[in-house]
Design a protein around this ligand. Sequence first.
Ligand code: HEM
Length: 165
Amino acid sequence: MNKEKEKEEISAIHPAVAPLSYLLGKWKGEGEGGYSTINSFRYGEQLQFSHPAPGKPVIAYSHYTWKLDSGLPMHSESGYWRPKHDGSVEVVIAQSTGLAEVLKGTHSAEDKVIKLQSQVVANASKVREISRVYEMVNGELHYVVQMATNLTALQPHLKAVLKKL
Ligand code: HEM
């Protein structure tokens, strides 16, 4: 392959990433957290999906959250999403609490829904399992995060709606 052609290919969105290109960019919104063992709370959130290495089949992901009343920081996390041509996707996320997640699941370009289920939850004192569903609804990004702990079965912890900036 000549150098020009090679350059063109690596500056384009990787074909495995293309079906998820609607995610790319910055998103901002609010969410609601809760669990059967804690008081519910509301939070602000900014989230980013980027494709920093266009020749690679990888989306970089990060989010940070804050208290709505004071603006003080809450949880943050970042990682990499690796979509495949067969509609599967694998995701690795490091959380500010020290917890690490590896999730696998599916993405549908048609429905714009991504469903993820943890394969590994590491360095967690209570969390045994995590599921995440991200969905485009009328141009907004909606997600639900559920978790199971050593005492409690899988149930929602977070629910948020974000708009593209
Ligand atoms: C509580 C895990 C994301 C805010 C908790 C608890 C766990 C947990 C295990 C303790 C539940 C219990 O004591 O039974 C996780 C996991 C997350 C996540 C695995 C991501 C997958 C977030 C985010 C926020 C957040 C994004 C903020 C926007 C809170 C708050 C509490 C809590 C405020 C209650 C703390 C307290 O009252 O002591 N979380 N969390 N969490 N989480 Fe999360």
